[in-house]
Write a protein that binds this ligand. Structure first.
Ligand code: TRH
Length: 373
């Protein structure tokens, strides 16, 4: 099947992060011919270092990458059109879809959410006469599209996590010295609003040494530099290191290597879940704290009602990290989470098993479309 995927980079990296991963999986695992339209190739290159932002058309592996320009060029209409995150297709392209003898399957890929209303909307048709658009929701339950999961992901992750030498080599390649006995390695990828100084203070006097790993030109890296912790220097029991912004696959390896991960948005959020390690999620901050509902909906599914009590520390940590309770709660919440870390480790190992049972978003979407082509 021939696919067009449309991506408008609103802000940050998640939109293109999700689209790039989806495109690669459809091509590699579903035999799809994928053309990826992106309006901002400079941002895209952060995730795909081999991309040339100067070219309007290029091939990256199996994917044809096209610059989404206005006016939009006249092109053939494929079998499936994926409009991501409500990015609005070019009017001329919609007219061409209407005029084409065999109408394409038109998908609107929505943002990921754990909220229960998602199930009711997933797969619903929206008439756009003479065409039909379908809403496709990623999610964490039956009755949603699941989340992005490439074939063999769990096996690759397990093999890497059971290979201490491979992990040490990976870290050495980034100039990160191996973990000291009893030291925790924690990766941080967050938004500027995150209460980083409060976290560093909590770690400074915490029960065990923590080394924070942050990524160049991200808020956490700037905070480490500001705290004088960027080049391995220690302050009490906390130290830090800044590594380059990594290609997506190396970012996965960092999540697999670290003991805990702080992640944000959508794509790193999902990758942290596949890493089967405890993590703290900073949802994309929204007006009136509406991200509170997104955070709480996910935590309720992830921890399960029964574990919410036992994981009160983790719940507090997430809530403070999302700016929904005072940052002063971070230190006690971190200490409480450390006290229950074995249980949290078990939850982190079980969760990907449940996610895997939903099937991967790319294969679920391909099946959904092949039934409607
Ligand atoms: O960049 P984000 O904050 O994206 C967000 C979300 O998608 C959010 O839903 C959307 O509303 C908002 O943008 C507009 O976070 P996210 O989704 O984790 O995307 C970051 C991408 O960067 C992800 O694909 C992982 C990748 N990444 C690397 O490839 N290398 C790195 O070193 C790091 C730190 C991240």
């Amino acid at each position: 099947m021939r696919w067009d995927i449309f991506c408008r980079v609103v802000d940050n990296l998640g939109d293109i992060g999700v689209c790039w991963r989806l495109a690669r999986q459809l091509a590699a695992e579903e035999g799809a011919e994928v053309r990826l339209w992106v309006d901002d190739l400079v941002t895209f290159r952060q995730l795909a270092p081999n991309l040339d932002p100067g070219l309007d058309a290029q091939r990256l592996g199996d994917i044809v990458v096209r610059r989404w320009t206005e006016p939009f060029p006249e092109v053939g209409i494929p079998d499936v059109v994926v409009e991501t995150f409500g990015c609005d297709l070019p009017p001329g392209y919609i007219m061409a879809m209407e005029a084409t003898p065999k109408a394409p399957v038109w998908i609107n890929l929505e943002y990921l959410s754990a909220e229960s209303w998602v199930n009711g909307y997933h797969g619903r048709p929206s008439p756009q006469p003479p065409l039909t658009k379908y809403f496709y929701f990623p999610g964490f339950t039956e009755g949603t599209g699941g989340v992005l999961m490439e074939q063999g992901l769990r096996q690759r992750r397990e093999a890497f996590q059971n290979d201490a030498g491979g992990q040490a080599q990976f870290l050495a390649r980034l100039g990160v010295r191996p973990k000291a006995p009893g030291e925790l390695l924690v990766s941080i990828f967050c938004y500027p609003q995150a209460p980083l100084p409060a976290l560093f203070d909590a770690w400074q006097t915490g029960a065990q040494p923590v080394r924070a790993i942050a990524f160049e030109d991200t808020p956490a890296a700037k905070a480490l530099v500001a705290a004088g912790l960027a080049s391995g220097a220690a302050r009490g029991r906390v130290s830090g290191q800044v590594v380059p912004f990594l290609a997506q696959d190396d970012y996965d390896r960092m999540l697999w290597t670290c003991d805990w991960n702080f992640v944000r948005g959508e794509d790193s959020f999902v990758r942290a879940q596949w890493a089967a390690r405890p993590f703290i999620w900073q949802a994309y901050p929204q007006q009136e704290d509406t991200h509170r509902i997104k955070m709480q909906s996910f935590l309720a599914r992830y921890l399960g009602a029964s574990a919410m009590g036992a994981s009160a520390g983790l719940v507090d940590l997430w809530t403070a990290w999302n700016g929904l309770i005072p940052r002063a709660r971070i230190a006690p919440a971190w200490a409480a989470s450390m006290a229950t870390r074995d249980g949290l480790g078990e939850i982190a190992r079980q969760w990907p098993v449940r996610l895997e049972a939903l099937g991967g978003l790319a294969s679920n979407l391909a099946r959904f479309c092949s039934e409607r082509v």
